[in-house]
Design a protein around this ligand. Structure first.
Ligand SMILES: [Zn+2]
Length: 56
């Protein structure tokens, strides 16, 4: 199943064996204290389940 980051819209597939690592790493990207990118969107990530529909 795929899921989308509520802040930036990036999608992830939880069939990925590294999904937990990728999500944690992605969440940290949205934390001001750990990011160095000026264009990062800061906030708490909500993972929006997209189901198995590839159209979403
Ligand atoms: Zn994001």
């Amino acid at each position: 199943m795929r899921m989308r980051c509520s802040l930036c819209g990036m999608t992830f597939d939880d069939a990925d064996p590294l999904i937990l690592y990728r999500k944690r790493r992605h969440e940290s990207w949205h934390v001001p204290s750990t990011t160095y990118r000026r264009n990062a969107i800061w906030g708490s990530v909500l993972w929006i389940p997209l189901g198995d529909n590839p159209e979403k």
